[in-house]
Write a protein that binds this ligand. Structure first.
Ligand code: SF4
Length: 434
């Protein structure tokens, strides 16, 4: 099924200014080991597949050589399974980057959390969704998992000063549950800063039917890759626009402000950012493209790089930000107007603290009918392999075949115009924010 919904139009959004060498994030994988199994995972789970500290340092140096970045997403596998994770966080912080731990949270004990905080951790992105083989939570739906999300968010809040993000892989049969996660996040806008939704992708036969794949001219068998599991009956083409349409059923004014296009299609919304201002009871409005442009530009002008992860302190300063910047952005103007009217209507508790929260939607690789692979332009989650920057969502191709596969229509019936192949990240990076 292919979406016919064209809202939002990319021309009405701000194109995030990120590029291959100048990007808020780098994606470090210190381990290929994980302590649970997630259906949408793109990485082969290698028991004890930990890199040494020297290897990790080498990869950070490679990133520094090629990319100007602000935050390093420490992912995997699950990074908390690495026995030296605290030293890795410390290493990234000492090199001047913001360490963000991308984890399922299973191994996060309170003493480890404190050690990570002391080592300089700036944020966590917790991968929590209903397709994880998570002890104690098997068979729970997305709504029931909000209890676990809250437990994790409260633990970070107790330590304080740590950015808290969640991500979930989106499947055809969980799509309708995603607005419930946003509704939950809004209720906890004081503790939850970002929610990321990643459309499910697999190099399943259903998606690649009729297509042949080649690496350096040699035909390859995609079935050898971890992200080619059979997915009979499951939809593989969920798009960012589908997610926006789902959100708008529940939040009719849900309005994205910024995007990253595809490498092959200008109007693909590969990364789609929505940011709003609100209290725990109410969202007052959505920031517009101009504000996002201003935020990105100012931070780069001041710090020489694009921002990864705004601090919780910045995000609870919505009142000062909106109070100063409302003349510059129509979305902010609307939000500020509603907030003022609300304040005047409730004189006993006139102007409550105003928070900012973001929703990022990620639409990973789409294979086009002529075999081109439509990737995220500027790939924020690029990683290092053998001294080069490579798409982390397709690293297994490099490892197994020595290069990235290219597709070509075969003799059988060709694939649809856009058909997804590779899998999304299990612990996708949270977005940069203003
Ligand atoms: S690793 Fe893949 S899904 Fe992630 S940002 Fe890069 S191209 Fe997109």
């Amino acid at each position: 099924m292919t979406t016919t919904n064209i809202f939002p139009n990319h021309r009405s959004l701000y194109r995030l200014p990120w590029s291959l060498p100048d990007n808020p994030i780098a994606w470090l994988e210190p381990t290929a080991a994980c302590n649970i199994y997630c259906e949408g995972c793109y990485r082969a789970n290698v028991k004890n597949g930990h890199k040494s500290l020297d290897e990790v340092r080498g990869e950070l140096e490679t990133f520094s050589r090629f990319r100007n970045f602000d935050g390093v997403s420490i992912a995997g596998g699950d990074p908390l399974t690495h026995p030296e994770v605290v030293r890795i966080v410390e290493m990234a912080a000492t090199m001047g980057y913001k360490p963000i731990v991308n984890t399922n949270g299973v191994a996060l004990t309170d003493p480890l959390l404190r050690d990570l905080k002391n080592a300089g951790v700036v944020g966590f992105t917790f991968h929590v969704d209903s397709r994880q083989n998570r002890p104690g939570w098997k068979g729970k739906n997305e709504t029931e998992l909000n209890e676990l999300r809250l437990e994790l968010a409260e633990r970070l809040a107790r330590v304080g000063g740590i950015s808290c993000a969640f991500n979930a892989t989106v499947y055809e049969d969980t799509l309708a549950e995603m607005p419930g996660i946003v509704a939950w996040a809004r209720k906890h806008i004081d503790k939850v800063h970002v929610v990321v939704f990643i459309a499910f992708r697999q190099a399943a036969e259903e998606a690649t039917q009729g297509m042949e794949f080649f690496v350096q001219g040699e035909s390859i068998d995609f079935k050898k890759l971890v992200y080619s599991r059979p997915v009979k009956g499951k939809r593989l083409d969920i798009s960012s626009r589908d997610l926006v349409a789902e959100f708008r059923k529940h939040f009719p004014d849900f309005s994205p402000c910024a995007y990253l296009n595809g490498t092959e299609k200008a109007d693909s919304l590969k990364w789609l950012l929505t940011t709003y201002l609100g209290t725990k009871d109410r969202v007052f409005g959505y920031v517009g493209p101009r504000f996002m442009e201003l935020g990105q530009g100012l931070y780069h002008w001041k710090h020489g790089r694009y921002m990864a992860y705004a601090s919780p302190r910045t995000l609870r300063s919505g009142r000062s930000i909106a109070g100063l910047a409302w003349p510059l952005d129509s979305g902010l103007r609307e939000a500020w107007g509603r907030y003022l009217r609300h304040g005047l209507a409730y004189p006993l508790r006139p102007f409550p603290r105003l928070y900012m929260q973001s929703v990022m939607i990620i639409q990973p690789i789409d294979v086009m009918a002529d075999g081109r692979m439509n990737m995220c332009d500027a790939c924020p989650d690029i990683t290092v392999h053998e001294g080069e920057l490579v798409w982390s969502c397709r690293l297994e191709e490099r490892k197994k075949f020595g290069g990235f596969a290219r597709g070509a229509p075969g003799h059988e019936e060709a694939v649809p115009a856009e058909s997804p192949v590779a899998g999304p990240h299990p612990e996708e990076a949270a977005p940069a924010e203003v």
